[in-house]
Design a protein around this ligand. Sequence first.
Ligand SMILES: Cc1cc2nc3c(=O)[nH]c(=O)nc-3n(C[C@H](O)[C@H](O)[C@H](O)COP(=O)(O)OP(=O)(O)OC[C@H]3O[C@@H](n4cnc5c(N)ncnc54)[C@H](O)[C@@H]3O)c2cc1C
Length: 422
Amino acid sequence: MQTETTDTLVVGGGQAGIAMSEHLGKAGVPHLVLERNRIAERWRSQRWDSLVANGPAWHDRFPGLEFKGMSPDAFAPKEDVADYLAAYAEKIGAPIRSGVDVRSVRRLEGSAGFRIETSQGVIEAVRVVAATGPFQKPVIPQIVPPTPGITQIHSADYRNPGALPPGGVLVVGAGSSGVQIAEELMQAGRKVFLSVGPHDRPPRRYRGRDFVWWLGVLGLWDAEAPGNEHVTISVSGAHGGKTVDFRKLAHQGMTLVGRTERHAEGALHFALDLAENLARGDLNYLSVLDAADEYVRRNGLDLPEEPEARTTLPEPDCVTTPLRSLDLSSAGISTIIWATGFAQDYGWLQVDAFDADGKPAHQRGVSNEPGVYFLGLPWQSRRGSSFIWGVWHDAKFIADQIAIQRSYAAYVPSPERETENA
Ligand SMILES: Cc1cc2nc3c(=O)[nH]c(=O)nc-3n(C[C@H](O)[C@H](O)[C@H](O)COP(=O)(O)OP(=O)(O)OC[C@H]3O[C@@H](n4cnc5c(N)ncnc54)[C@H](O)[C@@H]3O)c2cc1C
């Protein structure tokens, strides 16, 4: 049987793979996108039921298509995001093959390109784009050993309050996932503890504009990677979108604790950093208000003032007298939800494109290994890189780089030059 060939093989049919296909198509690059499940699968089956997009519909989308049937200021439910991406793929005629798992990619011996083994046969391609997601493999820190009576899951496996065993819940991690899940559980009548680490906490809206607009006009989506220190961002589009306010959640009955450090004899122990983490989140919040006020002043904009945005609720008891430890059984905790982030898994990409820590070695997605590209990495080129609108711009850059390489490869010396050299 003849081996199938293509110029560029894109692995992954989420938003990154679709954006890549659009730009490759525009650049006239023959390509194929392989997706092991369905288009935008992670939005369909790997997120909790009530999840809505963190950004409003006018913003969290590709430039070429608007969300239909909802206000541009609404926050699209996750199924609508998946449907939107599938509709987009159809609109651009993306050559996506679903249900095909890429098992290995290896450099060809003695010729340019790669041999790709898939669940449906072998393909050879000159280039490979890994668009397999910024958030691939759920990470649960090894803190609590398997304990009878305690269910431990990652936020990626949480669906809804009714799917958990009865009892109290400890949510570890207060980024966008952790805080939304904790609030949903509290509203469902659960006793909830939330372990809060360092975080950024932008205002949802200020002076009549959503924070995605403020980050846009202030150039903050284009900020480059902040070095090694990853600070989670705590923001939510749930219930029409409101600023995450940890003190409010505590006044409503949630118990906040500091960073989860260790487990001993049935009890979890927390760092005494809760007040500090909240204060740091406040500083981030206030820095956005300050920058927004300055932007309004400098540009002479007529946006309503909002002094009440600077008021802070009184410190709840759990902040002034923080818990150092929690005996899980006496606190009635039956479930721990680890909202502790994700790692990447490139086991299938068996090429020299990784650093000593196994992370992609690249510049704006162009890897050290010629012909291998990454797309959709967190902070690939800037803050916006892992988000729907940001990946579209990174994909354009990668398509440009591929077109440049193709034009070098297509170079043929002119007949005069051939004669000169003869
Ligand atoms: C809880 C949560 C909420 C988020 N909310 C927002 C939001 O509101 N707005 C926003 O802009 N961003 C949001 N993001 C961030 C980002 O938009 C999503 O993570 C998005 O799914 C990333 O898209 P992607 O195409 O880069 O990767 P993915 O959606 O992860 O797609 C990668 C695809 O590759 C496939 N794949 C992987 N390995 C292989 C293989 N070997 N062979 C074949 N196929 C393979 C997977 O099945 C998957 O479908 C959110 C992320 C999370 C975790």
